[in-house]
Design a protein around this ligand. Structure first.
Ligand code: AMP
Ligand code: ZN
Length: 112
């Protein structure tokens, strides 16, 4: 499968990785939209939020478990946003489930 995030997960494409284990990778976005802009992905391919199910949700909860530690490490706790664009209409450009972790600046609401 020609999936750029699968290639990052298996080390075939280099990324600026902050954290990884057997289930997930957290790395810096190539085109940051905030002073801190990380992407958290499951290592196994899940296309989007629409494709989470009983058998693959363990990796998703594993991502959530690591969020407080990552936020603390970057000094953005109590001031960050987690975003997952699901599908073309929501602006998803990479079809491998990912959570944007954005922080380090004031955020507006609603997002565009
Ligand atoms: P989305 O538009 O929500 O699908 O987000 C995809 C994100 O992946 C964008 O913010 C891109 O800047 C980022 N991105 C694409 N390719 C890479 C890469 N090779 N390394 C790091 N970030 C990437
Ligand atoms: Zn993938």
């Amino acid at each position: 499968m020609d999936c750029i995030f699968c290639k990052i997960a298996c080390g075939e494409i280099k990324a600026d990785i902050e954290y990884q284990d057997d289930k997930i990778v957290i790395f810096h976005d190539l085109n940051p939209q905030a002073p801190v802009h990380l992407l958290a992905i499951p290592k196994d391919h899940i296309q989007s939020l629409d494709h989470i199910n009983e058998s693959n949700c363990n990796a998703v909860s594993h991502i959530f478990k690591h969020l407080p530690k990552i936020a603390k490490k970057f000094g953005i706790e109590n001031g960050y946003r987690l975003v997952s664009n699901c599908g073309e209409k929501a602006g998803q450009t990479v079809n491998h489930l990912h959570f944007h972790i954005l922080g380090g600046r004031d955020m507006r609401w609603p997002p565009g």
